[in-house]
Design a protein around this ligand. Sequence first.
Ligand SMILES: Nc1nc2c(c(=O)[nH]1)N[C@H]1C(S)=C(S)[C@@H](COP(=O)(O)O)O[C@H]1N2
Ligand SMILES: [Mo]
Length: 324
Amino acid sequence: MPLLPRPGFDQPRPSEITPRETWLRRRDWLAAAALAGAGVHGAQAQTRGPGRLPALPGARSAVAGALVMEQPTAYGDVTSYNNFYEFGTDKSDPARTAGSLKPRPWTVMVDGEVKQPRRFDLDELLKLAPMEERVYRLRCVEGWSMVIPWVGWSLAELLKKVEPTGNARFVEFTTLADRAQMPGLRSGVLDWPYREGLRLDEAMHPLTLLAFGLYGEVLPNQNGAPLRLVVPWKYGFKSAKSIVRIRLVEKQPLSSWEQAAPQEYGFYSNVNPQVDHPRWSQASERRIGEAQGLFAKKRPTLMFNGYEAQVGQLYAGLDLRKHY
Ligand SMILES: Nc1nc2c(c(=O)[nH]1)N[C@H]1C(S)=C(S)[C@@H](COP(=O)(O)O)O[C@H]1N2
Ligand SMILES: [Mo]
């Protein structure tokens, strides 16, 4: 149970933190390679899945910050090392057990403080806005990260369609909880259904993505088929999978993680290397797929997961130690 008390969680040692210089050099190389039309563009070209699932192409996003210049994590790692507690608490459980999830037919209810509440069918959502490819860093609160080429569009597109009322200040996301499809629901680790929330301005930010695919194909079940949220500047658990309801509300909603351990998982959950989790440091992270053990490279965790230029102003004047 990775997010719950776990003795012996490996604390990053200072020697494992990638020297800033090495890190910057790597970035420069990637940027140069991108300009040369290789490297990152090569990486974009490589962002095709193995073709096991239906194709879902997306045009490269023009949203600021949407294309991280780092090598995407291998498709095999993205789809086999997962947190999706509805399918078990081991990283390997979802890939093994999520075959029972039926991502079609699927609908999403969008209601609450909106002028046009209604239920959207998945096929309608797939056509609601042009699909974009977004290469985001995903930083799990446990201390690891990946770089994932998602396919989807800004959640703002959907929220605008339902016309939020003046009372709407937060958005609550509810995900599927069906015992027939999800073996993990037998466990009481969380209060099901899995619920998460954002402030309305966070939800409306262009980087906040409603994702339907990754690596140019529809989402594998273990990654939250048929649609999930991706909020790249927050810890991974804010990015709720297999969403069935989006409700606009006046009061700050209570997320499942906050409910389970409020002193550890606050409402904001912004990636912040200066605010440690009560039981471990958040200063650095391990990139999945990179060498582990003796030669482990630890990367410094970036403020707002590297999206500070895009989202920092959302938190101007907010005490980020208090609102963790
Ligand atoms: N419904 C649901 N969504 C969820 C989770 C979950 O257990 N259930 N786990 C979260 C956590 S802790 C992380 S790190 C990310 C992992 O997403 P990925 O498996 O696509 O990398 O999904 C998040 N979304
Ligand atoms: Mo996570």
